[in-house]
Ligand binder design. Structure first.
Ligand code: MG
Length: 446
């Protein structure tokens, strides 16, 4: 049931599974007891628009109150709005009930720290120990926690709008994908004085319009509406709106890596240097523009909580993933789809350039991704150390060359090795990919 492994229960971003089958209300109740035991006090819980979200959220709230902690029900809200609320109030922790971009039958439960960021790995491991040993705090009848209700959307929208200044009036199409962003993104854009056209903006856990994952092949309607509405940009979110992906004024999809590079460059230029944190699977175009602007890139393992953790440790100016997950640390140390729209508009406003022009200034690379069967991860990693002693081993092995790079990493959840290769030309990317493939086969067959 897991998507990304840490322990047996918690993946790289909380607990995920098919709702009411793999992720049951009983589990949600126990996870509520876990967080109430681990971070007692006031714990806020919000959810996305999935059909099973109310069921699971109710169980989490009950579990929290049974430990004696107060629970705050934030209702449906984007994950970054839940996170911002936790950061700004006296909450000791929080919970987001969401399966993010996963298919509609899934749901998930992830824990949040008092400053809004997801739990780090060691905290999830501690929670997994409490969960398995069932060493929950149990309050007496008179000490069970109380239920409060609050709204986190207004506070979140205000914080974004107040931090952004835009002179020009932009036209924007926003594709909420029937997810939680319908409550905040259209409002953010209106308050930034944009002409807004919202599509797929009714909450619907069946996700009738498109999959909750905002990948290019799901965005035909957005592309079409951008052209018809003569919009300056189009933006689409995943189910819980911590990710945002963009379409330019011509209706062309802008690669997530290009937007990541644009924002990284913008932040490093503004700060006259600084550290940008991104996973080892991100495009070299990010490092190219960051170095040119006088900054430095620090690579991490794949997964947004670890990016946030390293950003905190390194006091980074910016960070993010090549899937539309962008982290603006002065606002919130977590991926934030609402702030991503506002920042892209601010960059366009300050430079006076269209999104297609800005994107054309980012160095071009070709990336190839693939996978091969791999049952022996230790053998693979040991072999990679022998074959590529100078590689970066932060997550698998990443080998950088003048004109590209190769990454081989064993999957955390499946018996496969993932191979990523990127080159200045398609031919170079293919050459590096084949080198990866040949090396994996050589290691596993000897
Ligand atoms: Mg998400």
């Amino acid at each position: 049931m897991r998507i990304g492994a840490v322990g047996e229960l918690f993946g790289t971003d909380g607990v995920r599974g098919i709702a009411n089958e793999e992720l049951t209300p009983e589990m949600a109740l126990d996870l509520g007891r876990v967080i109430g035991t681990f971070k007692p006090g006031r714990i806020a819980v919000g959810c996305d628009t999935r059909i099973s979200s109310d069921m699971l959220k109710s169980a989490v709230l009950a579990g929290i109150m049974s430990t004696g902690s107060d629970a705050i029900d934030l209702g449906v809200a984007p994950t970054p709005a839940i996170q911002f609320y936790i950061k700004e109030t006296d909450c000791t922790a929080g919970v987001a009930v969401t399966a993010s971009h996963n298919p509609k039958e899934y749901n998930g439960i992830k824990f949040l720290q008092d400053f809004g960021t997801e739990f780090f790995r060691e905290m999830d491991e501690e929670c997994e120990r409490i969960y398995k040993s069932k060493t929950f705090k149990i309050a007496s009848w008179k000490d069970v926690g109380r239920l409060h209700r609050d709204d986190c959307k207004e506070m979140y929208v205000n914080a974004i709008v107040d931090s952004i200044e835009i002179d020009k009036k932009y036209r924007v199409v926003v594709d909420c994908g029937n997810g939680a962003s319908y409550l905040t993104s259209p409002e953010i854009l209106k308050r930034l004085d944009c002409d807004v056209l919202s599509i797929n903006s009714s909450p619907d856990g069946r996700f009738p319009a498109r999959s909750p994952e905002p990948v290019e092949e799901n965005l035909d309607l957005l592309k079409k509406m951008v052209v018809e509405f003569k919009a300056d940009i189009g933006v689409a979110h995943d189910g819980d709106a911590d990710r945002a992906v963009f379409v330019d004024e011509n209706g062309n999809f802008v690669s997530e890596d290009v937007v990541l590079a644009l924002m990284a460059k913008y932040y490093v230029e503004k700060n006259r240097g600084g550290i940008v944190v991104t996973p080892v699977s991100s495009s070299k175009c990010v490092e190219d523009v960051v170095k040119e602007a006088g900054g430095e890139v620090v690579y991490t393992q794949v997964g947004s909580p670890v990016v946030a953790k390293v950003m905190l440790e390194k006091n980074a100016v910016f960070g993010g993933e090549g899937n539309g997950g962008l982290i603006f640390p002065e606002h919130l140390l977590a991926r934030d789809g609402g702030m991503a729209i506002a920042k892209v508009l601010q960059l366009m406003d300050e430079t006076g350039k269209k999104l297609s022009e800005l994107a054309s200034e980012i160095p071009k690379y070709h990336m190839i991704k693939g996978k091969v069967p791999c049952r022996d991860k230790i053998k693979l990693l040991e072999g990679l150390r022998r074959e590529f002693p100078d590689a970066n081993f932060v997550d698998g092995a990443r080998i950088d060359y003048e004109d590209g790079w190769l990454l081989v990493r064993p999957s955390g959840t499946e018996p496969i090795a993932r191979i990523f290769a990127e080159g200045k030309t398609k031919e170079r990317a293919e050459e590096l990919y084949n080198l990866g493939l040949k090396t994996v086969k050589k290691i596993l067959e000897t």
